[in-house]
Design a protein around this ligand. Structure first.
Ligand code: ZN
Length: 498
């Protein structure tokens, strides 16, 4: 009976969800409040949970169930059909990797991550190099298991942004390169923006009060979302009624945590606003890395780094930091938080140069997976591209190709989604600006009208649609990077009087 099979499907999804909930909570505990020497027991629990979760999905009974549902997908309601489709995709991909290769790869990643830490701390690329090459080789092989009909890098990209291809990305990054590289040159040549006042002592207690205020301004329901503290801020969601965000306070820089809270708050609103009907299914939560980043960066940059928003929150900032901001105007702060300058470190990059950092990683990954570049040649290629696009000399590999943890964790094809998020956001802004006085609403603190728009067109759908289709439905046209480069050009031309 089809109805029984649907019941089995829903029960399986609920169980998979429960395992994710448990391991997610253990992870959150580990990186926020757990005492330092507690990793061993947690590692044991997590590995047992991971094994059980794997066995729950990858077995002949589930394989048969997903086949049967696929054969009758036309008789299913759209949501259930989509659940079956997405779960079958996970099943096929996990199932196709031979167990011994999977185990060996997991071991390799384990070793690679600790070797990467040492290599980064001691500026020793040669130490990490053989691990990177093996990770690349495994990923090329796995790409064939995921989808042998696709080019290997396309199959990897599909893991993070389903449906995106190298062709789309190449066209996208061409546009970014042609606009942002010359724009940055003009910015560098222009009189620089004063930002020294951002580096004073800002007591952490006042910064904590600011975080709470920002969550309220954003309309984040604190009965369903709480803020924790960690080394590298992130968001984790257990379900659409329980989302956790994190930040990190630096006493000499309040802006860092301020934008972390807004960024992670953007991720949280997306999760909190997904439809109840999708909860506890494999369609719960955000659809892709790119769409998720489009939401976090929308709040962080398009709203949070606008003059309207800075003016809105400025009285509160003056109240919290009266001596530090004495003599500073909202306009000064707006310019300071939008300072554009070439730099070496991706996570500290500004809105203007961020995508150039990503473009470099994308070019290198693509060549590594295609076998056109070997791991040993990465530092030289990295340094050459930083000079070409950002005009900076990379002094060592610690600040160069060893700075990010992604490759050591096996994530190849992940980076582009960060940049795509910014570009998707600019396109959404263009549509919303046709329908409302966007920055007028921001200035009034009426962010609810903006969040409601995003909920209606993006958030509520969870994983119901492919990222490109979702964006096209929201915008009335396919992805077009012109909106993003126009947005950056307009913003930086004004700030720097170019
Ligand atoms: Zn993010």
């Amino acid at each position: 009976m089809l109805q029984d099979k649907v019941k089995q499907l829903k029960a399986l999804e609920a169980k998979l969800h429960a395992y994710q909930h448990a391991s997610g909570l253990i992870y959150l505990d580990a990186v926020t409040v757990a005492p330092k020497d507690t990793a061993a027991g947690r590692g044991l629990t997590l590995s047992i949970l991971a094994e059980e979760q794997y066995k729950l999905l990858v077995n002949d009974t589930v394989g048969q169930l997903l086949e049967d549902l696929d054969a009758e997908k036309d008789r299913l309601d759209p949501q259930t059909a989509r659940e079956g489709h997405q779960l079958k995709r996970s099943y096929d991909q996990t199932h196709k990797i031979p167990m011994e290769e999977y185990v060996a790869y997991t071991q390799l990643l384990n070793d690679a991550q600790s070797v990467w830490h040492t290599a980064k701390a001691t500026d020793d690329f040669a130490l990490f190099c053989p691990y990177l090459q093996q990770i690349v080789d495994y990923n090329r092989k796995f790409a064939g298991y995921y989808n042998s009909a696709k080019a290997p890098y396309d199959a990897l990209l599909d893991q993070y942004e389903q449906g995106i291809t190298m062709e789309t990305l190449d066209r996208y990054f061409d546009q970014v390169r042609q606009t942002v590289v010359p724009l940055l040159k003009k910015v560098v040549a222009a009189p620089q923006v004063e930002a020294g006042f951002l580096h004073q002592t800002f007591p952490v207690e006042a910064q904590r009060a600011l975080s709470g205020y920002l969550m309220d301004v954003m309309g984040i329901d604190r009965n369903h979302c709480v803020l924790g503290e960690t080394e590298h801020p992130f968001t984790t969601n257990f379900n659409n009624k329980d989302v956790r965000i994190t930040t990190h306070y630096y006493e000499d820089n309040f802006v860092s945590s301020m934008y972390s809270v807004i960024h992670e708050g953007g991720h949280a609103l997306y999760e909190l606003n997904t439809d109840d009907a999708l909860a506890y299914t494999c369609l719960a939560g955000g659809v892709s890395m790119g769409i998720h980043e489009s939401q976090s960066r929308f709040y962080e940059n398009i709203i949070g780094r606008s003059e309207a928003f800075i003016s809105l929150i400025f009285p509160k900032l003056l109240e919290l930091f009266p001596t530090q901001l004495a003599g500073v105007t909202a306009h000064d702060l707006y310019r300071a938080v939008n300072r554009g300058e070439p730099s070496l470190i991706r996570i500290e990059a500004d809105e203007l140069t961020y995508s150039l950092h990503i473009m470099i990683r994308h070019e290198l990954e693509k060549q590594l997976i295609a076998g056109q570049l070997e791991a040993k040649d990465v530092p030289a290629a990295w340094n050459r591209l930083y000079q070409e696009y950002l005009g900076v000399d990379v002094p060592n590999d610690t600040m160069g190709c060893l700075q990010d943890s992604h490759w050591s964790g096996g994530s190849l094809g992940y980076f582009p989604s960060y940049s795509l998020g910014s570009a998707y956001g600019a396109q959404l802004l263009a549509v919303m600006s046709r329908e409302m006085d966007f920055y007028g609403e921001v200035a009034k603190g009426n962010l609810a009208v903006i969040t409601d728009w995003l909920k209606e067109h993006i958030h509520r759908y969870g994983c119901m649609y492919y990222p490109a289709d979702l964006l096209e439905m929201a915008c009335g046209e396919p992805f077009n990077p012109q909106y993003y480069t126009d947005y950056l050009t307009k913003k930086y031309t004004e700030i720097y009087n170019l």
